[in-house]
Design a protein around this ligand. Structure first.
Ligand SMILES: [Zn+2]
Ligand SMILES: [Zn+2]
Length: 135
């Protein structure tokens, strides 16, 4: 599955099959793009080409955007090789599977809701799942 930013300067490709489509309701994601994040992760990560600027948004994560058009493309962990990409950046949106998980639901504002019925985890529950290696 391939995609790119608004101006086309950054192109990317998911490596392997998608393993999850995750909604994040946290305040960092809301401030990053102006709305909740819907991101896609892949079996073997994501490769990309073109200039990406990385902003360290927390101790453990950084967010990559296109310096030409500002598209808020990627999130990756500073340690390890985890990376995801915003679901809206794929060339073929119909190829994105339905949402599999919602996280940081305790930070979700009241002005929207997703109707897919995916499992919903609080920030605390999500971090506990990460630490137990089941994320
Ligand atoms: Zn761009
Ligand atoms: Zn978030």
């Amino acid at each position: 599955m391939q995609g790119g930013c608004l101006c086309g300067a950054v192109r990317f490709e998911g490596r392997g099959a998608p393993t999850g489509v995750i909604v994040c309701h946290c305040r960092l994601c809301a401030r990053w793009s102006g709305s909740p994040a819907i991101t896609v992760e892949f079996e073997r990560g994501i490769s990309f080409e073109g200039d990406v600027i990385w902003f360290g948004s927390s101790k453990w994560g950084e967010r990559g955007f296109c310096p030409a058009c500002g598209s808020t493309l990627f999130f990756r962990l500073t340690e390890g090789d985890y990376i995801n990409v915003g679901a809206g950046f794929f060339d073929d949106p119909a190829g994105v599977p339905p949402i599999t998980l919602e996280i940081h639901v305790d930070a979700q504002p009241s002005y929207y809701a997703f109707a897919q019925g995916a499992p919903r985890l609080t920030g605390e529950d999500f971090l506990a799942r990460l630490e137990s290696g089941k994320a």
